[in-house]
Design a protein around this ligand. Structure first.
Ligand code: CA2
Length: 150
C-alpha cells in the first residue's frame, strides 16, 4: 500500500478560526478527515504533520525517504524558505505543492514560491480539493515515478 505524507506549515493549525473568506471554514482536522476518507477509498495510507517551525518541517522532509509521495502546503514558508526547497530537492520522493487560496490573486509577495521548482506540480485556489487531487495524483503515479533519480 502506498504511503503519502501530508505536511502543513505555519498557522494552518488556526484554519476555521479566522479569515474564512480566504481559507474557507474548514478546520485543519476537517481537511485531514476528508483526506483520510479519500485515502481509505483508494487504499492509500496517509500520515499528517503540521508545524509552525521551519526546522521541524525540514527535519520531517529529510526523514521522509520511506514515503511514496509528499503533499505540502508550506504556508508562509512557501515564499521565504530556501531550506524547505533544498530538503524537498534532496529527498528521493516526489512532492506536490498545495495552497488553499489562489496565491496569484493575492499580495505580490505571495506570487513567488521557492518550492514549486522542486515539486512535480502546484495546485492553488481550490481549497481542500487541491489536497484531494494531489492525493489521487500521487497514488496513481507508477511506483518508480514516485522516486526521484537517486
Ligand atoms: O493558501 C494557502 O494555503 C497558503 O499557503 C496559506 C498561508 C499563506 O501564507 C500562503 O501565502 C498561502 C497562510 C496560512 C495561515 O492560515 C491561517 C488560517 C486562519 C487564520 C490565520 C491564518
Amino acid at each position: 500500500m502506498k504511503k503519502i505524507l501530508v505536511i502543513n506549515g505555519p498557522n494552518l493549525n488556526m484554519l476555521g478560526m479566522r479569515e474564512p473568506e480566504i481559507y474557507g471554514s474548514l478546520t485543519l482536522a476537517d481537511i485531514q478527515n476528508k483526506i483520510l476518507e479519500l485515502a481509505n477509498q483508494i487504499n492509500v495510507k496517509v500520515e499528517f504533520f503540521q508545524s509552525n517551525s521551519e526546522g521541524k518541517i525540514i527535519d520531517k522532509i529529510c526523514a521522509a525517504g520511506d514515503f511514496d509521495g509528499i503533499i505540502i502546503n508550506a504556508a508562509a514558508y512557501t515564499h521565504t524558505s530556501i531550506g524547505i526547497r533544498d530538503a524537498l530537492a534532496a529527498v528521493s520522493v516526489e512532492a506536490i505543492e498545495v495552497h488553499l487560496s489562489n496565491i496569484y490573486r493575492r499580495e505580490s509577495f505571495r506570487h513567488h514560491s521557492y518550492i514549486s521548482g522542486v515539486c512535480i506540480g502546484q495546485i492553488a485556489g481550490l481549497g481542500v480539493d487541491g489536497y484531494l487531487f494531489a492525493l489521487r495524483k500521487l497514488a496513481e503515479l507508477p511506483k518508480e515515478k514516485n522516486e526521484k533519480c537517486k
